[in-house]
Design a protein around this ligand. Structure first.
Ligand code: CTP
Ligand code: CA
Length: 221
């Protein structure tokens, strides 16, 4: 049987969401990662789907269930995430929640690195990853609304305001990660737009997602 056409303010809209960390291999058994749990991004993808959007969720390695109504594309590295984002276009909006690793290991080996008899540790050379958000903003297929995230531990509003301009995105959700937000159930955020900063109270991540999805629906519906 055919599923009923989705209803809601975002019906007929396609929204791209990135979420989670990326893993950057050192060798076949080791990787560089970060502390993102993916919870906030998955909650946002679910909230957008609940408003009727077709949602493509490009997810780094996380242990979370796929929210109802969301199409999930699993990736491991930043370079794979960049390719999956490109393949998911066009979209009416993009919400880039992923904590993308800034670097990958330049000379990742196909064999496990072994300890040396002389005790000298291996040197790990890094190379910069593609900036997925900046690439999307400059792309000919730039979504009408591009939302970035910025996790900061100090001067949150000032740094995020500068980042919005530097990255060329429409909004930045500035995340104060000086407390125990990473992996936790709550989030304290400031929504930075061209009109300035709107500071939200500390809220459960699901509530942040619902409010942000409603703002996105207002902007593009
Ligand atoms: N981002 C991205 N690709 C990258 C790095 C970041 O798409 N290679 C996106 C993130 O998903 C987020 C935004 O850019 O939406 C800001 O990420 P952040 O790490 O705060 O910014 P950076 O430019 O990497 O700056 P910093 O030196 O503060 O890490
Ligand atoms: Ca970064």
């Amino acid at each position: 049987a055919l599923a009923p056409a989705p209803a809601g303010p975002l019906a007929g809209r396609h929204v791209l969401v990135t979420a989670g960390p990326t893993h950057e291999p050192i060798d076949p058994v080791r990787y560089i990662a970060n502390r993102s749990s993916g919870k906030q991004g998955f909650a946002i993808a679910g909230a957008l789907a609940a408003l009727g959007a077709r949602v493509s969720l490009v997810a780094g390695p996380v242990t979370l269930p796929t929210p109802p109504g969301v199409t999930r594309i699993d990736v491991e590295t930043a370079r794979q995430m960049a390719a999956a984002v490109e393949a998911a276009l066009p979209a009416d909006a993009a919400v880039m929640v992923a904590a993308v690793a800034d670097w990958h290991v330049a000379d990742a080996t196909g064999q496990k690195i072994k300890k040396r008899a002389d005790g000298v540790p291996p040197a790990i050379a890094l190379a910069e990853n593609p900036d997925i958000l900046a690439t999307l903003v400059r792309s000919a297929r730039r979504p009408a609304l591009v939302v970035g995230f910025a996790a900061e531990t100090q001067d949150v509003i000032a740094l995020a305001t500068a980042k919005r301009v530097r990255k060329g995105c429409d909004w930045i959700v500035a995340n104060d990660v000086s407390g125990d937000v990473m992996g936790g159930a709550d989030n304290a955020i400031h929504l930075i737009t061209e009109d300035g900063a709107d500071s939200w109270p500390q809220l459960p991540k699901a509530e942040v997602a619902t409010r942000l999805a409603a703002r996105i629906a207002e902007a593009i519906a």
